[in-house]
Each structure stands twice: as structure tokens, then as C-alpha cells.
Ligand binder design. Structure first.
Ligand code: ASP
Length: 338
């Protein structure tokens, strides 16, 4: 009897320890855009505000994971905070399109079963990442675009706002600068250089999470690129380009010049390298971001993690707003040389 009790106590102690070990594997990594981000271009106040928002997003996402919620919940909790913050090009604070409006893109993917959801060009849904989640959970489709996507999110009960809700003075100024340059050139739409000069100040947001059951999820949300025209859709809502998650390899969220990220299927390429070449996530991201993309002028970066909780934050620009949180360590960073 005594032996049985002792054995049971040892067993339950062992199980509790195993559960603790599992829990300590939870991890979250986020980004708030990559680009020409230099210390001399940011005031101390801007830097502090951005870091605070990134920290809040990390804390919210990590808390969801620590509470035992799944990886998608961690991703959504983090991204929602960044969408609501005016400092990032997603949700409130999104860039302006050529006609001076906002069209937002977002996606989410689950590594346990490769299910995914995305919206492109929504104009009235307050939190596009929630719409992407609804597409994944409550529709037979992977991507919905334009007014149909807004209608769907409304029928799912998501909060709708006026398009002007996404306005910020900072983004309007960037739009005006590109507009003036484009008109002076009498061009139909802005050149890549003019767009990038405006765009690469603050960017897209994303998160990748590992939950206590070892499942990965990744999500990305953006206003796209300043002065985008004709219903342009970037990489962020494109599964495989801006977002990818597969428990067999890794989860990735990207930010940068979307046209390159689509053509080089950046997010899924990194995961495919991990899976088929049997290399680490860091080497895979280096190969894609520093070699493939850099050699063709594709500016940007990625965040990601693998099922063991190894985290990467890899970029070929001067900076990337970024941060991660694991049991033993947490950091929020901006510039390339930190
Ligand atoms: N990748 C986004 C897009 O092309 C922009 C960004 O990451 O800043 O729409």
C-alpha cells in the first residue's frame, strides 16, 4: 500500500515536472517592420513609445501562451495590440493608398494542421488579424479579398470602423511626399524608390508563437505599401510568402518589399529548407534573407521559431522592430547593431 502511494506520488511528481518542462518551451517572437531604421531618425520619445508597444504585445501574447492557450491565441493577442498602436503600419496607423485611403492585409497559419486564413484589401474591419482568423475557423476558404472580406468579417461579428479610423498624421505626410514626387514626374503611380523611402520608416507587424503542446502559429498584418495602386496586394496575406507555419519545420512572419517576398516565397522557402535540407532555422533564414533576397535587391526581414523554441530575427536592412519572450529571456530591439 505504502509502496503504491509512494509510486503514485513519484509518478504525479514526474508528470508535474514533465508538464513544467513542456510549459517552459513556450515562446513568442514579434516584429513591427524592417527598413531604413536608424537611431538618428528616431527621437528618444518615438523610440520609447515603439519599445513600449512591442513590449505590451510580447507580454499579451506570452501571457496567452502561459495561460495554456494555443499558439494562434498567442499570435493574435500580440498582433491585435500592434494593430491598435499608431506606431505600426497595420490597423490604426496603416499607410495610405494612392487615392488616400487604407486597404489592409492580414494572414494567420496554424502549424499543427496547416490550416490558414487571410484577408486582402479590407477597408472597414478594425482588426484584420481577427478577420483572417475567422476565415481560417469559419469559412471553407483560405483568402477573402476586398468588400467581400469586410462583409464576411461583419457577419462574423467583428468590429467595423470608418476607413478614416486608420488615419495618422505621420502616414498622411508620407503619402503627401510620395504624391508630390509622383505628380512632379507625371507618372501613373509611384516608383519603387519613392515608395520605399516613405515605407521604410515603420512597418508591418507579425508574430510567431510556440504553445505548450509544441504547436506553432504565425501571423502577419499590414497596411501594405504607401501609395499602392489598383488593389495591390503584398506578401503579408499570401500564405507561403509573408506567413507560414508547419510544426515539422518552423513558423515565419515576414516584412519588407512584398513583391520580392511573393516571388521568392520567402516564408515557405525558409521552412522548406529546414525540413528538406535538415539545417537549422537560423541558417535557412540567413540563406534566404542574406543571399537569395539581398542579391536581387529584396529588402526586408523575417522572424521565426522552430518546435524546439529556437528563435530567429533575421533582416538585411539597417533595422527591424523586433522582440521575443521565452521562459528565461526577453528582449526588445530596433537597430541592426544591438
Ligand atoms: N511586406 C509588406 C508589403 O509589401 C510591407 C512591409 O512589410 O512593410 O505589403
Amino acid at each position: 500500500m505504502k509502496n503504491t502511494i509512494l509510486m503514485m506520488a513519484a509518478l504525479s511528481g514526474g508528470m508535474a515536472m514533465a508538464e513544467e518542462n513542456m510549459k517552459s518551451n513556450i515562446a513568442l517572437v514579434i516584429h513591427g517592420g524592417a527598413g531604413t531604421i536608424k537611431k538618428e531618425n528616431l527621437s528618444d520619445e518615438q523610440e520609447q513609445n515603439i519599445k513600449t508597444a512591442l513590449q505590451q504585445a510580447l507580454d499579451a501574447g506570452y501571457q496567452a501562451l502561459a495561460d495554456g492557450q494555443d499558439a494562434t491565441a498567442g499570435v493574435i493577442a500580440a498582433i491585435k495590440i500592434l494593430e491598435d498602436s499608431p506606431y505600426f503600419n497595420a490597423g490604426h496607423g496603416a499607410v495610405f493608398t494612392k487615392p488616400g485611403k487604407h486597404e489592409l492585409d492580414a494572414s494567420i497559419m496554424r502549424g499543427s494542421d496547416l490550416d490558414a486564413g487571410a484577408v486582402a484589401g479590407v477597408a472597414y474591419t478594425k482588426n484584420p488579424i481577427l478577420a483572417a482568423e475567422q476565415v481560417m475557423l469559419n469559412s471553407p476558404h483560405v483568402m477573402l479579398a476586398g468588400s467581400g472580406a469586410d462583409t464576411f468579417s461583419k457577419t462574423r461579428g467583428l468590429e467595423q470602423v470608418e476607413n478614416s479610423y486608420f488615419d495618422t498624421e505621420f502616414r498622411r505626410k508620407a503619402w503627401q511626399e510620395v504624391d508630390a514626387k509622383t505628380r512632379a514626374k507625371q507618372a501613373e503611380t509611384a516608383s519603387s524608390d519613392d515608395v520605399l523611402a516613405a515605407e521604410f520608416k515603420f512597418g508591418t507587424v507579425g508574430a510567431v508563437a510556440l504553445d505548450k503542446n509544441g504547436h506553432i502559429a504565425a501571423g502577419t498584418s499590414t497596411g501594405g505599401m504607401t501609395y499602392k495602386a489598383w488593389g495591390r496586394v503584398g506578401d503579408s496575406p499570401v500564405i507561403g510568402a509573408g506567413t507560414y507555419a508547419d510544426d515539422r519545420s518552423c513558423g515565419i512572419s515576414a516584412t519588407g518589399h512584398g513583391e520580392f517576398f511573393i516571388r521568392y516565397t520567402v516564408a515557405s522557402d525558409i521552412c522548406a529548407r529546414v525540413r528538406y535540407k535538415n539545417i537549422g532555422i537560423e541558417q535557412a533564414a540567413d540563406e534566404v534573407i542574406h543571399q537569395e533576397l539581398k542579391s536581387v535587391g529584396g529588402d526586408g526581414g523575417v522572424i521565426g521559431l522552430d518546435p524546439k523554441g529556437n528563435i530567429i530575427m533575421t533582416f538585411n536592412t539597417t533595422g527591424m522592430y523586433r522582440g521575443y519572450k521565452k521562459a528565461e529571456k526577453s528582449e526588445v530591439l530596433i537597430y541592426g547593431d544591438e
